[in-house]
Ligand binder design. Structure first.
Ligand SMILES: *Cc1c(COP(=O)(O)O)cnc(C)c1O
Length: 335
Protein backbone atom coordinates (compact mmCIF):
# COMPACT_ATOMS: atom_id res chain seq x y z
CA UNK A 1 0.00 0.00 0.00
CA UNK A 2 1.40 3.40 -0.98
CA UNK A 3 0.04 6.35 0.92
CA UNK A 4 -0.08 9.94 -0.18
CA UNK A 5 3.24 11.58 0.42
CA UNK A 6 2.73 15.28 0.05
CA UNK A 7 4.60 18.21 1.46
CA UNK A 8 4.32 17.70 5.15
CA UNK A 9 3.44 20.43 7.54
CA UNK A 10 4.97 19.04 10.70
CA UNK A 11 3.63 22.02 12.61
CA UNK A 12 0.22 20.39 12.38
CA UNK A 13 1.00 18.46 15.57
CA UNK A 14 0.93 21.14 18.25
CA UNK A 15 1.12 18.51 20.98
CA UNK A 16 4.47 17.30 19.68
CA UNK A 17 7.29 19.26 18.07
CA UNK A 18 10.93 18.75 17.26
CA UNK A 19 11.62 20.73 20.43
CA UNK A 20 9.89 18.05 22.51
CA UNK A 21 12.11 15.41 20.94
CA UNK A 22 15.25 17.48 21.62
CA UNK A 23 14.17 17.89 25.25
CA UNK A 24 13.57 14.15 25.46
CA UNK A 25 17.10 13.61 24.21
CA UNK A 26 18.50 15.37 27.29
CA UNK A 27 16.43 13.16 29.55
CA UNK A 28 17.07 9.90 27.72
CA UNK A 29 20.85 10.18 27.30
CA UNK A 30 21.95 9.32 30.86
CA UNK A 31 19.76 6.20 31.00
CA UNK A 32 19.85 4.73 27.50
CA UNK A 33 22.63 3.42 25.31
CA UNK A 34 23.37 5.41 22.20
CA UNK A 35 22.97 2.31 20.09
CA UNK A 36 25.45 1.70 17.29
CA UNK A 37 24.66 1.90 13.62
CA UNK A 38 26.57 -0.24 11.19
CA UNK A 39 26.65 -0.87 7.50
CA UNK A 40 25.23 -4.20 6.36
CA UNK A 41 27.43 -5.22 3.45
CA UNK A 42 25.26 -8.30 2.94
CA UNK A 43 21.98 -6.37 2.62
CA UNK A 44 23.63 -3.53 0.73
CA UNK A 45 24.71 -6.05 -1.90
CA UNK A 46 21.25 -7.68 -2.09
CA UNK A 47 19.52 -4.32 -2.55
CA UNK A 48 22.14 -2.48 -4.49
CA UNK A 49 21.77 0.42 -2.03
CA UNK A 50 23.52 1.35 1.17
CA UNK A 51 21.75 -0.31 4.09
CA UNK A 52 22.63 0.63 7.63
CA UNK A 53 21.14 -0.95 10.73
CA UNK A 54 20.42 0.74 14.07
CA UNK A 55 20.77 -1.85 16.78
CA UNK A 56 18.09 -1.07 19.36
CA UNK A 57 18.07 -4.79 20.12
CA UNK A 58 21.24 -3.96 22.09
CA UNK A 59 19.43 -1.22 24.04
CA UNK A 60 19.03 -1.44 27.83
CA UNK A 61 16.16 -3.92 28.50
CA UNK A 62 16.54 -5.31 24.97
CA UNK A 63 14.34 -2.86 23.07
CA UNK A 64 14.00 0.85 22.30
CA UNK A 65 11.04 1.13 24.71
CA UNK A 66 13.25 2.36 27.51
CA UNK A 67 13.57 5.72 25.72
CA UNK A 68 9.89 6.58 25.98
CA UNK A 69 9.62 5.12 29.47
CA UNK A 70 12.41 7.36 30.80
CA UNK A 71 10.95 10.46 29.23
CA UNK A 72 7.51 9.77 30.69
CA UNK A 73 8.64 8.83 34.19
CA UNK A 74 11.11 11.72 34.50
CA UNK A 75 8.29 14.13 33.66
CA UNK A 76 5.96 12.97 36.44
CA UNK A 77 5.16 15.37 39.26
CA UNK A 78 6.14 14.49 42.85
CA UNK A 79 2.59 13.36 43.76
CA UNK A 80 2.41 11.08 40.73
CA UNK A 81 5.81 9.60 41.52
CA UNK A 82 4.75 8.90 45.05
CA UNK A 83 1.56 7.09 44.03
CA UNK A 84 3.18 5.02 41.32
CA UNK A 85 2.46 4.07 37.75
CA UNK A 86 0.53 1.42 35.89
CA UNK A 87 1.06 0.19 32.40
CA UNK A 88 -0.10 -2.43 29.94
CA UNK A 89 2.17 -4.04 27.45
CA UNK A 90 2.88 -6.81 24.99
CA UNK A 91 6.09 -7.20 27.04
CA UNK A 92 8.88 -4.84 26.05
CA UNK A 93 7.25 -1.63 27.23
CA UNK A 94 6.39 -3.25 30.56
CA UNK A 95 9.99 -4.32 30.95
CA UNK A 96 11.26 -0.82 30.17
CA UNK A 97 8.83 0.80 32.62
CA UNK A 98 9.73 -1.75 35.31
CA UNK A 99 13.42 -1.01 34.81
CA UNK A 100 13.12 2.78 34.94
CA UNK A 101 10.62 2.70 37.82
CA UNK A 102 13.13 0.55 39.71
CA UNK A 103 15.93 3.04 39.02
CA UNK A 104 13.78 5.95 40.21
CA UNK A 105 12.20 4.13 43.16
CA UNK A 106 8.66 4.36 41.78
CA UNK A 107 6.01 1.69 42.30
CA UNK A 108 5.04 0.02 38.99
CA UNK A 109 2.12 -2.25 38.16
CA UNK A 110 2.35 -4.00 34.77
CA UNK A 111 -0.69 -5.63 33.16
CA UNK A 112 0.10 -8.44 30.74
CA UNK A 113 -2.16 -10.75 28.78
CA UNK A 114 -1.72 -14.52 28.67
CA UNK A 115 -0.20 -14.09 25.20
CA UNK A 116 2.97 -12.42 26.49
CA UNK A 117 5.97 -14.78 26.15
CA UNK A 118 7.42 -16.26 29.33
CA UNK A 119 10.83 -14.62 29.12
CA UNK A 120 9.27 -11.18 29.00
CA UNK A 121 7.02 -11.87 32.00
CA UNK A 122 9.91 -13.20 34.07
CA UNK A 123 12.15 -10.25 33.22
CA UNK A 124 9.46 -7.83 34.41
CA UNK A 125 8.95 -9.74 37.66
CA UNK A 126 12.71 -9.85 38.23
CA UNK A 127 12.84 -6.06 37.96
CA UNK A 128 10.50 -5.82 40.94
CA UNK A 129 7.31 -4.65 39.22
CA UNK A 130 3.90 -5.98 40.28
CA UNK A 131 2.67 -8.12 37.41
CA UNK A 132 -1.06 -8.58 36.81
CA UNK A 133 -1.83 -11.28 34.24
CA UNK A 134 -5.34 -10.84 32.91
CA UNK A 135 -7.04 -11.40 29.58
CA UNK A 136 -6.29 -13.54 26.57
CA UNK A 137 -5.24 -10.66 24.37
CA UNK A 138 -3.47 -7.33 24.68
CA UNK A 139 -6.76 -5.49 24.18
CA UNK A 140 -8.34 -7.38 27.10
CA UNK A 141 -5.42 -6.55 29.37
CA UNK A 142 -5.81 -2.87 28.45
CA UNK A 143 -9.33 -2.91 29.91
CA UNK A 144 -8.01 -4.45 33.10
CA UNK A 145 -5.25 -1.85 33.38
CA UNK A 146 -7.72 1.03 33.15
CA UNK A 147 -9.97 -0.65 35.72
CA UNK A 148 -7.10 -0.95 38.22
CA UNK A 149 -5.96 2.57 37.45
CA UNK A 150 -9.39 4.02 38.17
CA UNK A 151 -9.32 2.48 41.65
CA UNK A 152 -5.76 3.11 42.71
CA UNK A 153 -4.74 6.64 41.72
CA UNK A 154 -1.86 5.29 39.64
CA UNK A 155 -0.64 7.18 36.58
CA UNK A 156 -1.06 5.38 33.25
CA UNK A 157 2.12 5.04 31.22
CA UNK A 158 0.66 4.28 27.82
CA UNK A 159 2.84 2.12 25.55
CA UNK A 160 2.52 4.47 22.57
CA UNK A 161 -0.33 7.00 22.60
CA UNK A 162 1.32 9.70 24.71
CA UNK A 163 3.36 12.70 23.47
CA UNK A 164 6.12 12.06 26.04
CA UNK A 165 6.44 8.42 24.96
CA UNK A 166 6.46 9.37 21.28
CA UNK A 167 9.10 12.08 21.90
CA UNK A 168 11.26 9.56 23.78
CA UNK A 169 11.16 7.08 20.88
CA UNK A 170 11.84 10.00 18.52
CA UNK A 171 15.34 10.38 19.98
CA UNK A 172 16.29 7.47 17.69
CA UNK A 173 15.55 9.81 14.78
CA UNK A 174 17.88 12.51 16.15
CA UNK A 175 20.68 9.97 16.59
CA UNK A 176 20.15 8.73 13.03
CA UNK A 177 20.35 12.26 11.64
CA UNK A 178 23.68 12.76 13.40
CA UNK A 179 25.20 9.38 12.59
CA UNK A 180 23.78 8.84 9.07
CA UNK A 181 22.79 12.28 7.76
CA UNK A 182 22.49 11.09 4.17
CA UNK A 183 19.57 8.76 5.06
CA UNK A 184 16.77 8.95 2.45
CA UNK A 185 14.58 6.03 3.59
CA UNK A 186 13.91 4.64 7.04
CA UNK A 187 12.24 1.30 7.71
CA UNK A 188 10.49 1.03 11.06
CA UNK A 189 8.58 -1.79 12.79
CA UNK A 190 4.99 -0.61 13.30
CA UNK A 191 2.46 -1.55 15.97
CA UNK A 192 0.80 1.20 18.02
CA UNK A 193 2.90 3.72 16.12
CA UNK A 194 4.79 5.47 18.93
CA UNK A 195 8.13 4.46 17.47
CA UNK A 196 7.23 5.44 13.93
CA UNK A 197 5.57 8.72 14.95
CA UNK A 198 8.58 9.88 16.93
CA UNK A 199 11.20 8.93 14.36
CA UNK A 200 9.14 10.28 11.45
CA UNK A 201 8.65 13.62 13.21
CA UNK A 202 12.35 13.96 13.97
CA UNK A 203 13.41 13.03 10.43
CA UNK A 204 10.78 14.87 8.42
CA UNK A 205 11.22 18.07 10.39
CA UNK A 206 14.86 18.02 9.31
CA UNK A 207 14.14 16.83 5.77
CA UNK A 208 10.56 16.24 4.54
CA UNK A 209 11.86 14.17 1.62
CA UNK A 210 13.01 11.32 3.83
CA UNK A 211 10.67 8.40 3.18
CA UNK A 212 9.21 6.58 6.15
CA UNK A 213 8.19 2.95 5.70
CA UNK A 214 6.29 1.06 8.40
CA UNK A 215 6.33 -2.72 8.63
CA UNK A 216 3.87 -4.97 10.49
CA UNK A 217 3.16 -8.69 10.50
CA UNK A 218 0.27 -9.84 8.33
CA UNK A 219 -1.38 -11.48 11.37
CA UNK A 220 -3.52 -8.78 12.94
CA UNK A 221 -1.85 -5.53 11.79
CA UNK A 222 -4.12 -3.09 13.65
CA UNK A 223 -2.52 0.19 12.52
CA UNK A 224 -2.35 -0.77 8.84
CA UNK A 225 -5.98 -1.97 8.81
CA UNK A 226 -7.00 1.27 10.51
CA UNK A 227 -5.11 3.35 7.94
CA UNK A 228 -6.86 1.45 5.14
CA UNK A 229 -10.24 2.03 6.77
CA UNK A 230 -9.51 5.69 7.50
CA UNK A 231 -10.49 5.17 11.11
CA UNK A 232 -9.48 3.03 14.07
CA UNK A 233 -10.62 -0.56 13.57
CA UNK A 234 -10.20 -3.61 15.76
CA UNK A 235 -8.41 -6.68 14.47
CA UNK A 236 -8.33 -10.23 15.79
CA UNK A 237 -5.12 -10.86 17.70
CA UNK A 238 -3.35 -13.96 16.40
CA UNK A 239 -0.23 -15.74 17.61
CA UNK A 240 2.82 -14.41 15.76
CA UNK A 241 6.60 -14.41 15.98
CA UNK A 242 6.24 -10.62 16.12
CA UNK A 243 4.51 -10.74 19.52
CA UNK A 244 5.89 -7.26 20.28
CA UNK A 245 3.71 -5.88 17.49
CA UNK A 246 0.45 -7.52 18.59
CA UNK A 247 -2.58 -5.64 19.89
CA UNK A 248 -4.91 -2.83 18.90
CA UNK A 249 -4.22 0.90 18.65
CA UNK A 250 -7.03 1.82 21.04
CA UNK A 251 -10.59 2.90 20.21
CA UNK A 252 -9.82 6.33 21.66
CA UNK A 253 -6.47 6.77 19.96
CA UNK A 254 -5.55 10.46 20.26
CA UNK A 255 -2.12 10.89 18.73
CA UNK A 256 -0.40 8.05 16.90
CA UNK A 257 -3.15 7.23 14.39
CA UNK A 258 -3.27 10.82 13.16
CA UNK A 259 0.52 11.24 13.11
CA UNK A 260 1.13 7.94 11.31
CA UNK A 261 -1.66 8.75 8.86
CA UNK A 262 0.11 12.00 8.04
CA UNK A 263 3.75 10.92 8.00
CA UNK A 264 3.82 7.32 6.74
CA UNK A 265 4.84 6.95 3.09
CA UNK A 266 4.43 3.21 2.66
CA UNK A 267 3.16 0.29 4.72
CA UNK A 268 4.42 -3.27 4.26
CA UNK A 269 3.08 -6.51 5.76
CA UNK A 270 5.30 -9.56 6.21
CA UNK A 271 4.47 -13.23 6.80
CA UNK A 272 5.62 -15.52 9.60
CA UNK A 273 8.03 -17.30 7.22
CA UNK A 274 9.55 -14.02 6.13
CA UNK A 275 10.01 -12.93 9.75
CA UNK A 276 11.68 -16.25 10.60
CA UNK A 277 13.99 -15.97 7.58
CA UNK A 278 14.96 -12.46 8.62
CA UNK A 279 15.82 -13.62 12.15
CA UNK A 280 18.03 -16.39 10.79
CA UNK A 281 19.60 -14.02 8.25
CA UNK A 282 20.59 -11.61 11.02
CA UNK A 283 22.13 -14.41 13.07
CA UNK A 284 24.11 -15.70 10.12
CA UNK A 285 25.27 -12.43 8.65
CA UNK A 286 25.53 -10.15 11.66
CA UNK A 287 25.58 -12.45 14.69
CA UNK A 288 22.67 -10.51 16.12
CA UNK A 289 19.69 -11.97 17.94
CA UNK A 290 16.47 -10.26 16.97
CA UNK A 291 12.97 -11.02 18.18
CA UNK A 292 10.33 -11.34 15.48
CA UNK A 293 9.04 -7.80 15.96
CA UNK A 294 12.58 -6.48 15.71
CA UNK A 295 13.21 -8.31 12.44
CA UNK A 296 10.22 -7.19 10.34
CA UNK A 297 12.20 -4.39 8.65
CA UNK A 298 14.80 -6.90 7.48
CA UNK A 299 11.96 -9.22 6.40
CA UNK A 300 10.42 -6.44 4.29
CA UNK A 301 13.73 -5.82 2.50
CA UNK A 302 14.67 -9.46 1.96
CA UNK A 303 11.22 -10.31 0.60
CA UNK A 304 11.44 -7.34 -1.81
CA UNK A 305 8.10 -6.08 -0.57
CA UNK A 306 9.22 -2.46 -0.26
CA UNK A 307 8.18 -0.68 -3.44
CA UNK A 308 10.59 2.23 -3.28
CA UNK A 309 13.69 1.27 -1.36
CA UNK A 310 15.84 4.39 -1.82
CA UNK A 311 19.62 4.63 -1.98
CA UNK A 312 20.53 5.28 1.67
CA UNK A 313 18.37 3.06 3.83
CA UNK A 314 18.26 2.85 7.61
CA UNK A 315 16.53 -0.11 9.24
CA UNK A 316 15.53 0.02 12.89
CA UNK A 317 16.24 -3.27 14.66
CA UNK A 318 13.74 -2.56 17.41
CA UNK A 319 14.26 -5.42 19.87
CA UNK A 320 15.97 -8.69 20.70
CA UNK A 321 13.88 -10.28 23.45
CA UNK A 322 13.09 -13.73 22.14
CA UNK A 323 12.67 -16.89 24.21
CA UNK A 324 15.37 -19.44 23.41
CA UNK A 325 12.95 -22.27 22.50
CA UNK A 326 11.30 -19.93 19.98
CA UNK A 327 14.67 -18.99 18.51
CA UNK A 328 15.58 -22.68 18.36
CA UNK A 329 12.35 -23.41 16.45
CA UNK A 330 13.07 -20.58 14.03
CA UNK A 331 16.61 -21.82 13.40
CA UNK A 332 15.40 -25.38 12.87
CA UNK A 333 12.73 -24.23 10.47
CA UNK A 334 9.59 -24.99 12.48
CA UNK A 335 7.78 -21.78 13.27
C1 LIG B 1 6.83 -1.90 20.87
C2 LIG B 1 7.67 -2.47 19.81
C3 LIG B 1 7.52 -2.10 18.46
C4 LIG B 1 6.44 -1.18 17.98
O1 LIG B 1 6.39 0.07 18.59
P1 LIG B 1 5.05 0.94 18.51
O2 LIG B 1 5.41 2.24 19.11
O3 LIG B 1 3.99 0.22 19.27
O4 LIG B 1 4.69 1.02 17.05
C5 LIG B 1 8.42 -2.63 17.55
N1 LIG B 1 9.36 -3.51 17.90
C6 LIG B 1 9.54 -3.90 19.18
C7 LIG B 1 10.61 -4.88 19.49
C8 LIG B 1 8.71 -3.39 20.18
O5 LIG B 1 8.87 -3.80 21.45
Amino acid sequence: MILASEIIDVKSFPELTQQDISSASQVVTPFAIRTPIFNSTALSRVLNSQVILKAENLQTTGSFKVRGAINKLMNLGPRERERGVITVSSGNHGRAVAHIAGELGIRAVVCLSEAVPRGKVEAIEDLGAEVVRRGKTYDESVEEAYRIQSEGGLTMVHPFDDPLIIAGQGTIGLELLEDFPQVDTVIIPLSGGGLLSGIALALKTANPNIRVIGVSMDRGPAMVRSLEAGQVVEVVEEPTLADALAGGIGPNNQFTFRIVQELLDEAVLVSEDQIAQAMVYMLEHHHLVLEGGGAVGIAALLSKKVRRVGDQIAVILSGGNVDLPVLEGVINGHT
